[in-house]
Design a protein around this ligand. Structure first.
Ligand code: ADP
Length: 506
């Protein structure tokens, strides 16, 4: 260890106690490991703050000794980097280990004030304990993921509060220069919180956005807005037979969302995204992972599960089943015009596990079933490519053909879910690969890079990126975007100590 690093850890031990850090080989390995193609990062050690004041102490020491630090909340960022920093040689600040308090649930105004370690499961359980009157916006990702970590990463759910960053109101942040700022009305009187967690727009610039997918500060607490739990949630689903039905699906969804008739987003999962939670690749041994799944195997898997090329899911919220029945009928009639999709009712979907995941996610219930996707191939490799599409069927279909062809060229299995709103759908491409097989690992890396390039050439970026590709994605943007980010970085973190390299900044 270099002298400045030793001095940093000595300062932390002196100021926060020896238990506030862990530099053991086991901790360094655990925090550096991840599922992406480049693999493990070299982590210098881990520190565990208990309060905002302790975060200030850590940031000040990092500045004094020029040691880069990398904040995580719960570190369940699976497929995008887990707990690991973008670059080697950084100290992980595990915000969630101690700082996992729900300091307030305001049932009248519908929000909770949370620290970084509050997981989806914990917030859900607490709301149930309080009477189940409010619900979280769940992801279909790990229940032990951090609500705050997910939000600052621009993660999303499926219900009306799907925009997780947008549902934060009032942040407390430690900047790279060790200054503490509260966004919005949190800055009026630190001892009197009145509008901090209810007003989005108050005096001055909206600083909140600076802390979404950036490395300008460490978020120590925030409020998250919560939705009243409706008495009844009734889902509806349509199974479409052919890969080329995507254009029809997208054009059918758009008016239902544009008019706000359906309150949830739509999940549009392809066959492998759906059955991949229940199955492993049946041809893997025979092809030694070098080929995409055959057409025959696709057909057999669809038949086995009673599913199709695409499964479309949405839900209504309301006071009773009787009140929702005409709405379900209207959606059925609307989709019926296409004459190809099979309607699957809420009851039937409950007995089809992949559709049940959609129901849980739209009902604010965290669940781990979707994580089984990652076992589709052996070897634990997993990375996500997350471009998006305008809600226009023709382009969606064109890009779908492109994506399929690129996966096939790299011998991987095309696995995708579009999460669709009125004007835009996020297209979550999963790359599952055997990272113990160097050739397959290499093909997954090449496949990601090719997808990223092809989409960027068409003017399409990504929503989030695995740590392996932050620099590449930033370098694909106009130079003035990168220069502006770096100017802000220098202003707020002049020594560049918070997560240098994250999002290609610093
Ligand atoms: P989750 O457990 O929800 O997946 P993580 O804790 O892995 O979330 O956080 C995802 C990423 O978001 C981290 O790698 C980090 O770059 C950033 N991040 C997480 N928590 C904070 C925080 N409190 N302040 C600033 N950035 C954070």
């Amino acid at each position: 260890m270099r002298q400045n690093q030793e001095e940093f850890f000595a300062d932390i031990a002196r100021e926060l106690g020896a238990a506030a850090l862990d530099v053991s080989p086991e901790a360094r390995r655990r925090y550096g490991e991840n599922t992406t193609t480049r693999g493990t990062r070299d982590v210098l050690g881990v520190v565990f703050p208990k309060s905002t004041a302790e975060v200030v102490t850590i940031v000040a020491a990092a500045n004094r000794h020029q040691v880069p630090i990398y904040p995580i909340s719960a570190g369940n960022n699976i497929g995008l980097g887990s707990r690991a920093p973008v670059r080697d040689g950084q100290v992980v600040v595990d915000m969630g280990w101690h700082m996992s308090r729900i300091s307030e649930v305001n049932e009248e105004l519908g929000y909770a004030v949370i620290e970084p370690g509050v997981t989806f499961q914990k917030l859900h359980d607490e709301l149930v304990r309080l009477g189940d009157r409010l619900m979280i916006s769940a992801t279909s990702g790990p229940p032990l993921g951090s609500v705050l970590g997910n939000a600052v990463e621009k993660g999303a759910g499926y219900g009306p509060h799907f925009d997780h960053f947008g549902m934060l109101c009032g942040l407390e942040v430690v900047l790279g220069n060790a200054e503490v700022v509260r966004t919005g009305e949190g800055s009026v009187r630190p001892d009197k919180v009145v509008n901090w967690h209810v007003s989005k727009y108050s005096f001055g610039p909206i600083l909140d956005g600076l802390f979404a997918q950036s490395n300008f500060g460490i978020v120590t607490r925030a409020a998250v807005w919560l939705l009243p739990r409706p008495p009844v949630i009734e889902s509806f689903h349509f199974v479409f037979p052919a890969d080329d039905d995507l254009a029809t699906i997208v054009d059918l969804i758009r008016p239902l969302k544009m008019s706000n008739f359906v309150p949830t987003l739509f999940r549009v999962c392809n066959d492998l995204y759906a059955v991949g939670t229940e199955e492993t690749n049946p041809e893997y041994e025979r092809t030694r992972g070098r080929q995409s799944l055959s057409v025959d195997a696709h057909t057999a898997l669809r038949a086995k599960h009673g599913l199709g090329a695409w499964q479309v899911s949405g839900a209504f919220y309301g006071p009773s089943r009787a009140a929702l029945a005409p709405m379900i009928e209207r959606v059925r009639a609307h989709f019926g015009r296409a004459q190809v999709g099979r309607f699957v009712s809420h009851e039937e979907a409950q007995s089809i596990p992949p559709l049940n995941i959609a129901i849980d996610s739209m009902s604010g219930r965290p669940g781990s079933a979707e994580l089984a996707l990652l076992k589709w191939r052996p070897g634990g490799g997993n990375t996500w490519f997350t471009p998006g599409i305008p809600m226009s069927g023709k382009l969606a279909q064109e890009l779908d053909r492109l994506g399929r062809a690129i996966y096939a060229e790299h011998g991987l299995d095309y696995t995708i879910m579009h999460v669709a709103g009125a004007r835009f759908a996020r297209s979550l491409h999963v790359l599952v690969f055997n990272r113990n097989d160097p050739d397959e690992n290499h093909r997954a890396d090449e496949c990601y890079r090719r997808l990223a390039r092809e989409y960027a050439n068409r003017g399409i970026g990504v929503g989030r990126a695995p740590i392996d590709y932050h620099q590449e994605h930033m370098d694909m943007l106009m130079p003035s975007f990168k220069a502006t980010c770096n100017s802000i970085k220098r202003a707020l973190d002049p020594n560049g100590i918070i997560a240098p390299g994250r999002y290609g900044i610093g």
